[in-house]
Design a protein around this ligand. Structure first.
Ligand code: PFF
Length: 467
């Protein structure tokens, strides 16, 4: 089976639509919810520097590789990998990479949707004035009470899954593209407004120092792995989301330029989110390392005291939902596209099936915050001893599956795909082109070696072997 010239699912209307959609995939809970709390847990500045290095040296080159494979294969990641491996005369085992991506996307969406459900709930909680004049303790206990109630989490999780599937079922131009055209610009505007608020808090400069002054004694091997895993997570790499978006990319749009723009926008949003959240954390005497509840415990305090707080707060959580929404659709698109291609199902049917499965697996996360909060399934392994089922899902996908998926994509593009193919896709005519050679060395050698070392060190294998 060779690759078709156009995707059967349609195409983006142009370069801007692709940038919006891919940025929509990249910018999500990862930037606004996860980046601040893992930065807080890993000591701040040094973690941020490692993260930025990973984005530039591994993230951008692998993003280019993924978009390239997608545009070349023009199908869901499973079928793209199959036909490109065939075209290059390589083993059919590469198809498994597409499968691993589908599984990763599905597992990520199962917990992503639960957290997006928190954001949905907070739209209504903020809008109803619940946080007016709230103290730090009050915001913390409101959050703790909320996640202690499995029925509430389940209800919001269900609503979010239905929202996601409603967009996916409408297809590439009628669903995916239409939604991001509105969601992304709105998100940027509200971030700027909130940044204005944070700059006027008394501890703004402390927040800036926390984010940008590195103290390398605070970073551990596990922290480096988390930073690297997060670089993959935040750019939506290593599981075929960007690949499937690349399969809808019209010819003659520059892969290098668009990838760089997408990564820059994503990084900007994460840093701005940090600049909003840490000043509020310090101004209110809170702990930056307080885990997944961080933004839900801190931002309501700001909204409870600022003029127009109900308005801005509600708007903020709406936009967090939007950011999560445009990412969630990309998490499940590879699986839906595959069901349509191989099983001949309609998009609507494929979306319902995948939505129902994801919803079911999401129960694991729902219960991790309440009835199973003391259940640590791998407590006998030291790095996992305090991890709940949700923590394990997050670790497995972000720290293991995405980096490994990303490395295999890099290896495929660097070692298996013919050079002529990658040169053609990047519109390069001279083998000696400096940009091309740099990129090629990064995907062929640097990214695989770096990821494997960080990975083995992070999970403790290197220490176990070399003592
Ligand atoms: N990049 C998204 C975020 O930062 O929230 C999450 C994500 C989306 C990860 C799509 C992976 C993916 F394929």
């Amino acid at each position: 089976m060779s690759a078709p010239r156009k995707s059967m699912h349609g195409e983006w209307s142009g370069r801007f639509a692709f940038i919006l959609a891919a940025t929509g995939s990249a910018v999500g809970l990862g930037n606004i919810w996860k980046f601040p709390y893992i930065t807080g847990e890993n000591g701040g500045g040094a973690f941020v520097i490692v993260y930025l290095i990973c984005i530039a040296s591994i993230g951008i080159p692998i993003m280019m590789a993924e978009v390239m494979l997608g545009r070349r294969g023009r199908q869901s990641p499973i079928n793209t990998m199959r036909s490109l491996a065939e075209e290059a005369g390589a083993s059919r085992f590469w198809t498994l990479l597409g499968w691993a991506g589908v599984v990763a996307g599905f597992l990520i969406l199962s917990y992503y949707s639960v957290i997006a459900g928190w954001a949905l709930a907070y739209v209504f909680r903020t809008g109803s004035g619940l946080f007016l004049g709230v103290t730090a303790d009050g915001a913390g206990s409101l959050f703790n009470q909320f996640i202690a109630d499995p029925e509430k989490l389940l209800a919001w999780h269900t609503i979010f899954i239905v929202m996601t599937m409603a967009v996916v079922s409408r297809g590439v131009s009628g669903g995916l593209e239409k939604s991001v055209r509105f969601l992304m610009p709105a998100l940027f505007v509200i971030l700027v407004i909130l940044l204005g608020y944070a700059m006027n808090t008394s501890e703004f400069s402390r927040g800036v120092r926390f984010l940008f002054n590195p103290d390398f004694t605070k970073i551990t091997a596990d922290g480096v792995l988390t930073a690297m895993g997060h670089a993959f997570f935040t750019l939506s790499l290593g599981m075929g989301a960007i690949m499937v978006y690349g399969s809808y990319l019209p010819k003659n749009i520059s892969i290098a330029k668009t990838s760089i723009i997408i990564a820059l926008m994503d990084t900007l949003v994460a840093l701005v989110a940090g600049l909003i959240i840490f000043p509020i954390v310090f101004t209110n005497g809170l702990e930056p390392g307080s885990g997944p509840g961080l933004i839900f415990k801190t931002l309501p305090i700001a909204f409870g005291h600022m003029p127009g707080g109900i308005f801005f707060g509600t708007l903020f959580f709406i936009l967090l939902v939007f950011a999560a929404w445009s990412s969630a659709i990309s998490l499940i698109e590879p699986a839906v596209a595959w069901l349509v291609e191989n099983r001949g199902h309609t998009r609507v049917y494929a979306s319902v099936v995948m939505g129902a499965l994801t919803w079911l697996v999401g129960l694991l996360t729902v219960f991790s915050f309440n009835i199973w909060s003391d259940y640590k399934p791998l407590a006998h392994i030291s790095i996992f001893e305090d991890k709940t089922v949700f923590d394990l899902l997050d670790y497995l996908t972000a720290n293991i599956m995405l980096p490994l998926g990303g490395v295999l994509i890099a290896i495929f593009v660097g070692w298996v795909l013919r050079r002529e193919t990658s040169m053609h896709e990047l519109d390069i005519h001279d083998r000696m082109h400096i940009g091309y050679r740099t990129w090629h060395v990064l995907v062929k050698v640097v990214a695989p070696i770096a990821v494997i070392i960080v990975f083995l060190k992070g999970i403790g294998v290197i220490d176990a072997v070399f003592g």
